[in-house]
Design a protein around this ligand. Structure first.
Ligand code: ZN
Length: 313
């Protein structure tokens, strides 16, 4: 550039000035840019190479391919319920490939709070967490039989984390073919297939209610779920973690949630990258609907990190 200007100046026979200060400025700008690019590249590299765990977020399970008398079709938008035949393919793959089906507490202890070492029996496994929101009866009717079938076939147990709204559960005086009952939760828990966690009392958007309602949604959900499982589970094994209804949260909701729960999940379609997470109240979950085939979910699962060490971070 300087040479061009000098040449132009000679042609026009006008005096030239020295551009050395500009050269030094340009050098400083280049150094700054290079440093910024290096910092960005380093952060991107650590982000991309951070260990990750797919946390899949399902709703109901549609039994269209396997109708049985009395079997409920989920009333939720068809897109959000997942076909039974597809989830069976996914579960067959995960169980036969020796995946580690995490409970919410295992995820917290080993990967979020990092308070415990990974037990030796889980080294070499890929972890995954399968979650089911909104307390649909079909998670009992259409999912538990698959779990039982796979346990008989491979001698391995799969596990589902249920994020339950106790306010919508079927009651003796309010029977429902749509929603789970407390007895369904107890049966699934006693079989070792269910990990029962909270989804708020009545599925309200926690960012849009009064502070008093927020406390009720968080606290009463926990109390009622623990009462439902009384006698077969210690209280702190139930509803110690929550998934925000609609995935909706803000700093006020996170602060209130921290009074009752150890961790909280979003529904933001991102994979969880877990090392040294500062915020335990904004854990990423991948949304699942009919558009995601079992094969696509298997590919997501395959991107899970193999646990090679007791300290994955
Ligand atoms: Zn929900």
């Amino acid at each position: 550039m300087t040479a061009v200007i000098e040449r132009l100046a000679r042609l026009k026979r006008i005096p030239t000035v020295s551009f050395h200060p500009q050269k030094s400025l340009r050098f400083s700008v280049r150094v700054l840019l290079a440093t910024a690019v290096l910092i960005l590249a380093t952060s991107l590299f650590s982000y991309l190479t951070a260990p990750r765990i797919p946390i899949l977020g399902f709703h109901g399970i549609q039994g269209l391919n396997n109708p049985q008398p009395g079997m409920t079709q989920t009333p939720i938008a068809p897109k959000m319920s997942y076909p039974q035949a597809e989830i069976e393919k996914l579960l067959d793959y995960l169980v036969s490939h020796h995946y580690w089906f995490l409970s919410a507490q295992e995820l917290y202890d080993f990967f979020i709070a990092e308070t415990q070492e990974i037990p030796p029996e889980h080294l070499g496994q890929k972890p995954i967490l399968l979650s089911f929101d909104d307390s649909y009866k079909s998670v009992y009717q259409n999912l538990v039989p698959i779990f039982e079938k796979l346990e008989a076939k491979y001698g391995q147990k799969a596990k589902a984390v249920l994020f339950v709204n106790p306010g919508t559960l079927a009651q003796p005086n309010k029977p429902s073919t749509t929603y789970l009952s407390c007895n369904d939760l107890r049966a699934g828990f006693q079989s070792g297939f269910y990990d029962i966690q909270s989804h708020g009392l009545n599925h309200k958007n926690l960012t849009q209610i009064s502070p008093a309602d927020l406390t009720t949604e968080l606290a009463a959900a926990q109390t009622q779920l623990r009462a439902c499982l009384a006698g077969i589970a210690p209280p702190d094994a139930i509803a110690t973690h929550i998934a925000y209804p609609f995935g909706a949260s803000n700093p006020q909701v996170e602060a209130a949630t921290a009074h009752y729960y150890q961790s909280a999940f979003l529904y933001n379609s991102r994979i969880l990258r877990f090392c040294h997470l500062k915020n335990h109240y904004a854990l990423s979950r991948l949304s699942v609907n009919q558009a995601k085939s079992a094969q696509r979910l298997i590919e997501m699962a395959e991107r899970s990190t193999v646990m090679q060490h007791q300290h994955p971070c």
